[in-house]
Design a protein. Structure first.
Length: 351
């Protein structure tokens, strides 16, 4: 239906729409809001008429009536990486925006340096009543942000779990499974001296990943060797330096926390081994299709960053709408993606 020109005309109100459709103002209000007690046919008719008349919802009035800000705040960790660049939080934010696109909410993103608590920023938002809901990531076992938001009864969702007695809303990727999945894939393809290059141990997901790595080694009858583990800032140049040392000491494969660390580790292995580096295996937790563009023996435990962002936003919306915490706790598993060379072989076998 074409939108009518409204230049020079008075503001379109609910009564304007009601008169055009031939229903009450209450019916129009319900159809434009949530459709409560209104038939799907009437909802479509009212909304199409509103669109044709050029109706714009008066959010200032809605805010006054409801006491809501219709703003959500996303505090997402951003890497200071400048060697290669890190788009990790961008994909998550895109997913958050997609979920909120058809709602009245505006999303305000606040980049936070990895490792920064941002508790003070969250406190300012809560005390100033500047948002109706909050999203944040990089949880710790005893996360002060979670404790504070629970005390304040502020709707939120954490990207990650914790070790608290109190239940709280979260969306998470099964990090233990992802590290187990990647390590096992390397073991199944003949690698035996597998190094782990991960992030800061204070983060919950890093502790989970360590358990998955150890579990896969134990199942293969290989003893856990602390000398093959590095917990570093997720920076490519740091990973390069550490991988060079590990490769020279005999490591034949690397389990990396993300693409940035993988690219750094890959360069470090080349520095140490030259052409022999081509024999090295890698496993990463990934939200991209990086493996499709490389010839490395790269096993990816994949979960879309955009989908993660969408799930975070959807969980927060449900929580703001009053869903119980028990219904706002989601853990998703990763999908194992094989190296391009192995995919080619499997395709030829099928042919």
């Amino acid at each position: 239906m074409a939108r009518r020109k409204t230049e020079g005309k008075s503001t379109v109100t609910l009564k304007t729409i009601a008169d055009a459709v031939g229903v009450s103002v209450t019916t129009v209000a319900r159809a434009l809001k949530d459709g409560d007690k209104i038939s799907p046919e009437m909802i479509d008719k009212v909304r199409q008429t509103a669109d044709a008349l050029g109706y714009v919802r008066n959010m200032d009035g809605v805010k006054l009536r409801t006491g809501k800000t219709f703003v959500v705040m996303a505090f997402l960790s951003a890497s200071p990486e400048e060697e290669i660049g890190d788009s990790g939080s961008v994909g998550i934010l895109n997913g958050i925006h997609k979920r909120f696109a058809d709602t009245d909410y505006a999303v305000r993103a606040v980049p936070v340096t990895i490792g920064e608590s941002c508790l003070d920023l969250i406190q300012n938002v809560v005390q100033g009543r500047n948002a109706d809901g909050i999203i944040f990531d990089h949880t710790e076992p005893q996360d002060d942000r979670i404790k504070y938001l629970l005390e304040q009864d502020t709707p939120f969702v954490a990207f990650g779990r914790a070790e608290l007695f109190s239940q709280f809303p979260y969306f998470d990727i099964d990090n233990e499974f992802a590290a187990y999945q990647g390590t096992k894939a390397l073991l199944d393809h003949g690698y035996r001296k597998i190094a782990l290059i991960d992030g800061d141990e204070r983060f919950m997901f890093i502790q989970q990943r360590r358990r998955g790595y150890q579990k896969a080694l134990q199942e293969a009858g290989i003893s856990y060797n602390r000398d093959l583990v590095r917990n570093i800032p997720a920076l490519a140049d740091v990973a390069r330096r550490e991988a060079k040392v590990l490769a020279k000491s005999g490591a034949d494969a690397f389990v990396c926390v993300n693409e940035l660390v993988f690219l750094g580790a890959r360069a470090g292995v080349r520095d140490a081994l030259g052409l022999e580096a081509l024999k090295t295996g890698y496993a990463i937790r990934s939200g991209t299709n990086l493996g499709d563009y490389l010839d490395d023996q790269l096993f990816s435990s994949y979960y879309s960053r955009q989908q993660a962002g969408w799930n975070l936003a959807d969980t927060l919306i449900r929580r703001m709408d009053g869903a119980p915490i028990s219904d706002c706790q989601i853990v998703e598993q990763t999908e194992l993606r094989l190296p391009t060379s192995l995919l080619d072989k499997s395709q030829k076998t099928r042919l």
